[in-house]
Write a protein that binds this ligand. Structure first.
Ligand code: BDP
Length: 589
């Protein structure tokens, strides 16, 4: 699926703003057909936004079930004769959509786009009612998983990931037009041969037999290569590579030519670069790359997980300020705007699915058994695995052309020490590799499955480890932490694969100070990071360090969380803790 675009042949109209909104705890709306008319009540909701913190009511914040969104929009009158599409960048965690009285789309998974051709249901120049019922309930058959439990105060949603279950319409909704014959997908794979770059392209089309022509232009708009046919390879002499810190992008225009007139035109940004794992090295353009940065979250006050351009630009400014060259989209696919910005700025991305919390041995860093077996016919089962496979396919389908993305992470901290885990994950690595044979694939290993015990790491090209020596274990004892962490990494090093430390961090209450390095103080966070860095610097196979987390973020309430998770280098409102300055000294040198 291609993002909506304005081109010589296409137009897009953003449907963001205030939508009608109604909670529907009893599921009455589907029975009564609420989409047939105005939603009941007068509540309005901002789109894009997580609904949870917008309304000043605990019952709304923690609500789970059906939530209805509705808007009335006028279809641009100039679109007569065009194909008209309704596109949702995401609906968390699933949705059904109607245009007028007709159901047009149904989608599972909260962080990838879906769309519907609604040409036959609308009339250019006239208004149309769009209704979506979004559902945010988590079950063992959703990614991420959850369960509903009966308590003395009623049914409660439980889940095992350590961030708040923000939901709703987090990203833009679009109407867009294309010609009847249109480009439906493009895949590019880039290569390097000395100073020459190659761009292998495949174009899919629908709605006609128009011929495909492609033109590649440099950042100044000068044509550097051209081709025709639905697939081919373009060569670029003296190529300007996309590289970390240098987000140079070419523009690939794909045109459908229909007897002289342009039937369709689509522009794809292309960064020419290679990615390769060789021994314990992670190579970008054939050169060893060391990941410096963070696991992040889409998380802000009031808007929750909504995409916002000002926050986007600001977060990347802070990444640059601190000297980060990369981040992981922990723990779900981020807005595609984030990836486009990373492409532009030359920031390297580890792209992750929403498979987080598939581990009943932990509760998102809050240790303690959860009273379930992770993999069983009643819990995470074959149906879950298929939903997970689909999440991997959709992530890769959306993000395959982003040069910033160098590695797929198919899950965060799942159970991985059991035979059931091995059986569950083996085919999922195949799914990822089939969808993208060009990038390495991995998953993020949890501390409970250390070297020698983990049965899933064997399938990954890279070892991604989350470790909390000096925090959840060896709490306050950094000397022991250093010793134990080094011993574990020496074990992993024997695997002959690159190791990225995808999480290490210490909760830190801003303004908490201590002469002696005491957990929760700003001084301890610095001492903790220094200790970890000494370990990384002594292990050759370590090719990256991603501090947990970029910024403090919202979680469910619990005795381990003080107004959320406080492991940020920045506070939730993006002020630096002392550790941010320390990281800047290390990363900027
Ligand atoms: C890890 C999780 C992450 C948590 C973190 C923590 O991957 O989502 O937020 O620990 O406990 O288990 O801070």
């Amino acid at each position: 699926m291609l993002r909506p675009q304005d081109t010589a042949s296409r137009e897009k109209k953003r449907l963001d703003g205030l939508w009608r909104f109604a909670l529907d705890p009893d599921g009455e709306g589907r029975r009564a057909g609420w989409y047939r008319g105005p939603l009941p009540g007068t509540q309005l909701m901002a789109v894009p936004a997580s609904f949870n913190d917008v309304v000043a009511d605990a019952a709304v914040r923690d609500y789970f079930g059906d939530l209805w969104y509705q808007t009335v929009v006028r279809v641009p009158r100039g679109w007569a004769g065009e194909r008209i599409v309704l596109n949702f960048e995401s609906a968390t965690h699933r949705a059904v959509v109607w245009v007028g009285d007709t159901q047009v789309a149904e989608h599972e998974g909260g962080y990838t786009p879906f769309e519907a051709d609604i040409t036959d249901l609308v009339t250019p120049g006239e208004e149309v009612r769009i209704t979506a019922v979004v559902n945010n309930t988590l079950s063992f058959q959703s990614i991420p998983p959850g369960a509903i439990e009966e308590t003395a105060s009623g049914r409660k949603q439980r889940y095992w990931h350590d961030f708040f279950n923000y939901a709703g319409l987090h990203r833009s909704v679009w109407l867009y037009s294309t010609p009847r014959a249109f480009v439906s997908d493009i895949t590019v794979v880039t290569g390097l041969d000395g100073t020459t770059g190659t761009v292998e392209y495949t174009v899919e089309t629908e709605g006609g037999s128009a011929a495909v022509a492609v033109v590649l232009r440099d950042a100044d708009g000068a044509e550097v290569a051209a081709g025709s046919g639905a697939s081919g390879t373009l060569s670029v002499a003296d190529v300007h590579r996309w590289a970390p810190g240098d987000g140079y992008l070419y523009d690939l225009e794909v045109r459908l030519d229909d007897g002289g007139a342009t039937a369709d035109s689509y522009h794809l940004k292309v960064g020419v670069r290679t990615v390769e794992v060789r021994g314990t090295e992670f190579l970008i353009n054939g050169e060893p790359f060391y990941f410096k940065g963070f696991g992040m979250h889409e998380d802000h006050a009031v808007i929750g997980k909504a995409h916002n351009d000002a926050h986007l630009v600001n977060d990347f400014q802070l990444l640059d300020w601190i000297g980060a060259n990369s981040f992981r989209t922990s723990h779900y696919p981020y807005s595609e705007d984030v990836l486009e910005h990373a492409d532009r700025l030359g920031v390297v991305v580890i792209d992750e699915t929403a498979a987080v919390g598939l581990n009943m041995g932990i509760g998102g860093g809050i240790f303690g058994g959860q009273g379930y077996t992770t993999f069983s016919p009643e819990t995470a089962n074959d149906a879950t695995q298929e939903v997970h496979a689909q999440a991997i396919r959709e992530l890769i389908a959306r993000d395959k052309n982003h040069p910033s993305v160098v590695l797929w992470s198919i899950a965060n901290e799942p159970e991985s020490e059991t035979e059931a885990a091995e059986n569950y994950f083996r085919p999922l690595f195949d799914v990822a590799r089939q969808a993208d044979p060009t990038r390495p694939v991995g998953f993020v290993n949890v501390m409970l499955a250390p070297h020698g015990k983990c049965r899933v790491s064997q399938f990954g090209d890279v070892l991604m480890l989350n470790r909390y020596y000096g925090w959840y274990v060896n709490t306050g004892d950094l000397e022991a932490a250093e010793h134990d962490f080094k011993a574990e990494l020496d074990g992993w090093s024997t695997e002959g694969k690159p190791i990225i430390i995808t999480e290490y961090g210490a909760d830190t209450y801003p303004g908490q100070h201590s002469i002696v390095p005491e957990p929760w103080s700003e001084e301890y966070q610095i001492a903790y990071l220094d200790t970890n860095h000494r370990v990384f610097d002594s292990v050759e196979a370590v090719v990256g360090e991603h501090v947990w987390n970029f910024a403090d973020f919202a979680t469910t309430s619990g005795i381990m969380r003080v107004g959320g998770n406080k492991k940020g280098a920045f506070t939730r409102d993006r002020q630096p803790k002392a550790a941010a300055h320390a990281l800047r000294r290390r990363w900027k040198g």
